[in-house]
Design a protein around this ligand. Structure first.
Ligand code: SF4
Length: 144
């Protein structure tokens, strides 16, 4: 853990000193909050949500992002904590033969018939906060 912290701090120093931009791929949400200004969430090889890290962490729009944040076991900044854990049902489908329509529909607690029929469009629901979900703009869809 201390080596990981040293490496992350080295990344930050190099970024500041050399003006670098990183594309950092991780499953570790605590690292995301530490190192990233913008975050893109992927499911089965496709982006499902994109936006400023703090905005996505505090007001996630996609059900997969909401479930990911709720399942993070390690201490997170208060802005990234969810009150109750969401346990997704089912297995991750094969990326070789993904589901029709929304790729997340076989595990999504909000799936509707439209999700089977049509791929959700990439929509900017808030400034610079993008999501691929037919229903993410419905009231009470997100926990925040
Ligand atoms: S489009 Fe449908 S299945 Fe996909 S994330 Fe939204 S509600 Fe769930």
């Amino acid at each position: 853990m201390s080596i990981r912290g040293d490496v992350l701090n080295l990344f930050a120093d190099l970024q500041r000193d050399l003006g670098l931009t990183y594309v950092f791929i991780t499953h570790d949400l605590a690292v995301v909050s530490h190192i990233s200004e913008r975050v893109a969430v992927m499911y089965l090889g496709q982006f499902v949500e994109l936006g400023p890290t703090e905005e996505v962490a505090e007001r996630p729009l996609h059900p997969y992002t909401i479930a990911l944040l709720s399942a993070e076991p390690r201490p997170l900044p208060s802005s990234m904590r969810q009150e109750s854990r969401i346990v997704l049902q089912g297995e991750v489908p094969s990326p070789i033969d993904p589901p029709t329509g929304c790729r997340f529909r076989t595990r999504c607690p909000h799936a509707q018939p439209l999700c089977t029929e049509r791929v959700p469009e990439w929509r900017e629901l808030k400034p610079d906060h993008w999501v691929a979900c037919h229903f993410a703009d419905r009231p009470n869809f997100s926990p925040n």
